[in-house]
Design a protein around this ligand. Structure first.
Ligand code: MD3
Ligand code: FE
Length: 221
């Protein structure tokens, strides 16, 4: 894609509009061996905390993305609303521990922040998508969010702090890590679609995204 000075147009709806301050992409941050080893850890999480299908608040309409979590808290959504809770919504058991490799990644990228409390695991099959949204169910937005992509490439879209702000599209490939800090922490974003045939890590063009978050306020100094 060409990148010229004229692309600064504030009225574009996709492409090269400026991403918010604090948005960092680290392409290929995990090599193939690290991706395979992380995938094994995710499989162990899913074995203990099976994927569930979240539902939209009020309507109960199912998400196309299936989810689970690890860490002390997990994000869930049902007719009652979006929230974080300590137990699996179907099994009722505590979430599995967060893998050490994810804690190490977080500590390297967010050295000022206390450890993450939630790791949301999103599984996309071909055709799944995640509409434009803000992540604002946490009690604090002070810490960054760190996200890891595995498997098929996702077409990711990020905008600004208002839903109507111009957005920019980019591909998130297997091994890419995204850090959202500062103003970008509350930017609108979503996954428009999964691009088939882009990875051999997962069967059937699956994509997994792991999102590490702090949920409760940072401890007082
Ligand atoms: C920008 N996940 O779980 S990851 C989510 O690929 C979510 O599954 C997407 O949006 C996925 O909430 C996008 C990149 C990402 C994660 C969190 C963000 C971008 C973000 C939080 C604020 C702004
Ligand atoms: Fe999000």
């Amino acid at each position: 894609m060409g990148d010229t000075a004229s692309s600064a147009s504030a009225s574009s709806t996709t492409g090269r509009s400026a991403a918010p301050e604090g948005f960092r992409v680290l392409p290929g941050r995990l090599d193939r061996a690290a991706q395979e080893s992380l995938l094994e850890e995710v499989r162990a999480v899913v074995a203990e905390a099976p994927l569930f299908t979240p539902e939209m608040p009020r309507s109960g309409k199912p998400f196309s993305v299936r989810m689970t979590n690890c860490g002390p808290l997990g994000w869930v959504s049902d007719r009652g609303g979006y929230r974080y809770q300590a137990t699996h919504p179907v099994k009722g058991t505590p979430w599995p521990a967060m893998p050490q490799s994810l804690l190490a990644l977080w500590r390297g990228l967010a050295p000022e922040a206390p450890d993450p409390e939630a790791c949301l695991v999103n599984l996309y099959a071909p055709g799944a998508r995640l509409g434009l949204h803000q992540d604002r169910d946490e009690e604090t937005f002070d810490a960054p969010v760190v996200s890891v992509s595995l498997g098929a490439t996702g077409l990711f879209r990020i905008g600004g702090l208002a839903r109507r702000d111009p957005t920019r599209s980019l591909r998130l490939a297997s091994g890419d890590v995204v850090v959202l800090a500062g103003p970008a922490r509350l930017a609108y974003h979503g996954i428009d679609r999964i691009l088939p045939g882009t990875s051999t890590l997962l069967r059937d063009d699956g994509r997994i995204n792991l999102t590490l978050r702090r949920v409760t306020p940072l401890p007082a100094p």
